[in-house]
Ligand binder design. Structure first.
Ligand code: SAH
Length: 460
């Protein structure tokens, strides 16, 4: 129910000035102090809006007409930007995006972390902020007997066909288009999520930016796939540098893309890629950073903040497939990695072997359960690196870090709000945040990644 105290009404028009951007890229206008969030509005702009939703304490509006335009406004490069929703900031110049992301991190540090004076560096952006993603997962549907592969229309599950995604590696577009045509030729029925019928759910492409190796994954509802052999052969014949063709079976009625069963239809189970000079095996289901160029920048920053000389013991919490651990291992005496997904730890061990790195040990489990055990066992860490998911670190882990007293903590984060919350806990426990470096891993989207450097304060 609408809040009757709100100074705005649904379906009414208002002339507003945008003051700010939300963390997800919406323009913020205030009407008698009441915040209204509007897609496509930029700070400094004036516009007529229509209020479309009123909630307790805030509302949403639609931009009707721009009266005054921001100098940072640009024409979105992508022809389907408005409908797609995958990017949120294409209407803002890249420079403007980087400034907005830095401002957002700074504000969150002050508001949530009470770290008003912490140094937040300008965001490290990409030279060419397009065509960076190494993984595409495209839903498949049917239209007039043919297949469409693209994205879900906003607020619906109707699939809009898409020829190109400008933040994807070009090869991923080629793979999706090619596989779509091949499956159409062999009359593979697309999955229909309402009826829970049909076969092909998603086409997934993974690309090794350095090795140029391609993986194709067909995500199907059933194991049965008509003309499987012919489809595989045509993919081999028409996708350049394909090294791996995989079928993942997801029989469930769910929004989760992948199912539990994965079969190699042809070629290898993995493709390979490099970050810096470290080689990684990437399987269909393993987590791997989607922007390899900026991942290198991010990891190098983390390594710089860890200040390793070769004598240190380091813990890498939330280590995934061991990417940061292996980066650190080259400069440390010993690295312990911990991660909750067992398959990721198998990959991490394999990746260590692949690179001949022997001074790492990986453990499966929750960081907040495993690291306290290591502490009890007397393992001392000179430096702890954490890279948690969006919800941030578990408080038990933060308290364990405080009790273990490593001289340095490096916090890699994909969510400034939980980063700020956790930095406050570490500050109260005796650490000082020296600097925060945001890195733009996801140009044209509202996401921002940061790495923070903390040191243990010396008590008098
Ligand atoms: N550092 C890696 C992965 C970061 S993503 C990289 O850069 O590639 C965060 C990881 O944390 C995921 O792999 C996720 O599976 C893992 N994770 C989530 N909750 C966890 C927990 N409580 N303990 C340990 N790992 C966890």
């Amino acid at each position: 129910m609408a809040n009757i105290e709100a100074p705005v009404m649904k379906n009414e028009y208002y002339d507003v000035a945008f003051e700010d951007l939300t963390h997800d890229g919406l323009g913020v206008a205030k009407i008698d102090g009441f915040p209204v969030f509007v897609k496509n509005g930029l700070p400094g702009e004036k516009a007529k809006i229509k209020v479309i939703k009123v909630k307790k304490g805030y509302g949403y509006g639609r931009l009707i007409e721009l009266h005054e335009q921001s100098p940072d406004r640009v024409a979105p490069l992508c022809p389907i930007y408005k409908q797609c929703g995958g990017c949120q900031l294409q209407h803002l110049s890249y420079e403007g995006q980087l400034r907005a992301k830095q401002k957002h991190v700074k504000e969150v540090m002050a508001r949530i972390g009470k770290l008003e004076n912490v140094i937040v560096h300008p965001v490290i952006g990409m030279k060419d902020p397009w065509r960076y993603r190494n993984k595409a997962q495209v839903p498949v549907g049917e239209r007039e007997g043919g297949l469409v592969a693209g994205f879900y229309q906003e607020r619906s599950h109707e699939i809009i066909d898409m020829d190109a995604c400008l933040i994807q590696q070009e090869m991923n577009d080629v793979v999706v288009q090619t596989v779509k045509k091949i499956c159409e030729k062999y009359k593979v029925p697309a999955y229909n999520e309402v009826a829970h019928k049909g076969v092909l759910r998603h086409i997934m492409a993974r690309y090794g930016a350095v090795t140029k190796e391609v993986m194709v994954v067909l995500i199907t509802r059933t194991e049965e796939l008509t003309h499987k052999k012919k489809i595989v052969q045509e993919i081999i014949d028409s996708v350049p540098n394909v090294k791996s063709i995989i079928q993942n079976i997801n029989p469930k009625k769910t929004n989760v893309i992948m199912g539990d069963e994965t079969k190699v239809l042809w070629g290898a189970e993995y493709i390979y890629d490099y970050i810096g000079d470290i080689k990684f095996a990437i399987s269909a289901r393993s987590f791997y950073q989607v922007n390899p160029e900026q991942t290198k920048v991010l990891y190098e920053k983390a390594l710089e903040y860890a200040q390793l000389t070769g004598e240190e013991t380091v813990i890498d919490a939330y280590c995934g497939i061991g990417t940061i651990s292996l980066f650190l291992a080259k400069k440390a005496k010993k690295v312990y990695g911990v991660e909750v997904v067992p398959e990721a730890i198998e990959d991490a061990k394999r990746n260590a072997e692949l690179n001949g790195i022997t001074n790492v040990e990986f453990a499966v489990g929750e960081a907040e359960a495993v690291i306290p055990k290591w502490h009890e066992q007397g393992i001392h860490a000179d430096c702890i690196v954490v890279d948690p998911p969006r919800k941030g670190c578990d408080e038990t882990l933060l308290q364990t870090i405080i009790a273990m007293k490593p001289k340095r903590v490096v916090y890699v984060s994909c969510n400034p709000a939980t980063l700020a919350r956790d930095l406050r806990i570490l500050e109260d426990g005796g650490y000082k945040t020296l600097e925060v470096q945001p890195v733009d891993m996801f140009p044209h989207t509202a996401h921002v990644e940061s790495v923070a450097r903390l040191v243990l304060k010396i008590r008098a």
